[in-house]
Each structure stands twice: as C-alpha cells, then as structure tokens.
Design a protein around this ligand. Structure first.
Ligand SMILES: [Zn+2]
Length: 271
C-alpha cells in the first residue's frame, strides 16, 4: 500500500505535468471506488485550470484556479499518471481526464480501494484532512511523539500506524523506523524514556526522507506519477525480510502480528 514516500513521489512527478493545464474532458468507469464520484462534477470541472497539487498524509489534493478541488487516495493499488493521450487505455482504469496539451491524466486501480472525490471548494478537502489527521512526520515539532503518546497503553507499532498521531506512516515505514531507532515494535509506549522518543521521531523522519529520495518502495503495483517504479524496496532492513539475516547482526528477521498488522523486526537489535 502506498505510504507517504510513494504518495509524495506521485505528487512531485505530477506537479510539473499538471500545473497550469486545463481539463478538456473527464471520463469515469462504472465500477465503484471507495467513495462516490458524482457525474455532475464533470460538468463543473470542464475548462477548469489546475493551479496546485498538495499531499497530506497519504492523500493528494489538486486545486483548480476557480477554487474547485479533486482529492485522490491511492488505496492499495492506485496509480496516478500523466501519459500521452495516444497511449491505449489500460485495464482497471477508473477515472481519466483529457488535458489541453493532448496528454491524459489517469487513475488506475486494480483492487479499487482507492478513491477520487470532487469538492466545489477544494480548500475544504484539505481542511477536512487537517481535522482528522495528525501532523506531517517530515516537520514534526520536537517532542511531538512523546507529548501525544507517552501515556498510551498501546505498543509502538500501533502508535506509529495511528494517523491521528502522525499522518502518512503505514506498515512498511513503521517497521523500518522502529528498526532504525533500535526499538522493539511491541514495547508499550508508556515505557519509553524521553531519549527513546527523540530517537524514534528522528528515525521516522530519516527513513521517510531516504525513501522519498529513492522514489518510494515498489512492493506490488506502485508506480510514481511518471510511471517509474520506486527503488527503496532494495534498501529495506526488516520489512518483507522474514527469516533473512539482519543486515546489522546476522540474526534472522522475525515476523509477528502486532496491532493487527504483519510486523517485521530483529529481536536482537530491537530490545
Ligand atoms: Zn539485528
């Protein structure tokens, strides 16, 4: 499932291709996505010019210069790309827009857990996310994790996955950040020292920055906005490496269910 680094890569790829472009036509498939795409939205959006693209957590919000907005979630297998209009339409294409330069902006989603939504007032799409999501992990105020989670009875894995604590971290980068911080994913949040909270917060930021630099991780179907795969899957320390030797100590990586998710860690490096 695409997490913050993958979604950020899509936005960075799409920004130069979409900004300033006008929407000429919009098509949608009959298949239901996670949220309803109103057909009347098409009438409102024709001739609108794209002004800016934003990422918040794992969401993408596109604002038009007349104030309308389109919000995307990639779900598990969503792919958002801009390609020449002459390219044949692929299968599992659920929404696509023709641009004024002959290109097409396409949303393809095999498993259909993703969504495309229309907002008459695009700022409302962002405001709604601000109300329900915690802050962005790349610029957290210092001491944030400790301040919001130090009393929590939950384990660290559950804390990192909680989108109201920080936005955009999912299973892959939660496991990687805990390895980087040398903290056991089952540790109870309330048992952490201040220095451990600081270490974890720094590790989250470092892992996400590194993954963005590598254009994210392609585990299943993820591609960036230019259609290119990510490279960070080659640099994962624990995620997806069950039974393989830890790259630091050589002990086998363990997989265990925690917070309802498959969790990977080194029992030797992460105490
Ligand atoms: Zn190890």
């Amino acid at each position: 499932m695409p997490e913050l680094p993958e979604v950020e890569t899509v936005v960075r790829d799409l920004r130069p291709q979409l900004t300033g472009r006008r929407l000429i036509a919009i098509h949608s498939s009959k298949a239901q996505l996670r949220r309803h795409w109103p057909i009347r939205a098409i009438r409102h959006l024709i001739q609108a010019r794209i002004a800016s693209l934003h990422r918040r957590g794992k969401w993408i919000v596109v604002l038009c210069d007349d104030g309308q907005g389109i919000r995307f979630h990639l779900g598990m297998t969503g792919q958002l790309t801009v390609v020449p209009g002459s390219e044949p339409l692929p299968d599992h294409l659920h929404w696509w827009a023709e641009l004024d330069n002959g290109y097409q902006w396409r949303f393809r989603d095999i498993r259909r857990f993703g969504s495309v939504e229309w907002f008459a007032h695009g700022q409302e799409a962002l405001a709604e996310l601000d109300r329900k999501l915690g802050p962005e992990p790349l610029n957290l105020p210092s001491g944030h994790l400790k301040a919001v989670a130090a009393q929590s009875q939950r384990c660290l894995k559950a804390v990192l996955l909680d989108q109201t604590i920080i936005a955009g971290v999912g299973n892959i980068y939660a496991d990687e950040a805990l390895f980087e911080a040398a903290l056991h994913p089952a540790r109870l949040a309330r048992s952490l020292q201040t220095s451990e909270w600081d270490r974890l917060q720094r590790a989250v930021r470092r892992v996400l920055r590194r993954a963005i630099a590598a254009r994210g991780s392609t585990i299943r179907n993820y591609v960036g906005g230019s259609g290119l795969q990510g490279r960070y899957q080659q640099r994962l320390n624990v995620y997806g490496r069950e039974g393989l030797p830890c790259l630091h100590c050589g002990h086998p990586i363990v997989r265990q269910y925690l917070a309802g998710r498959s969790t990977h860690y080194c029992a030797y490096c992460q105490r």
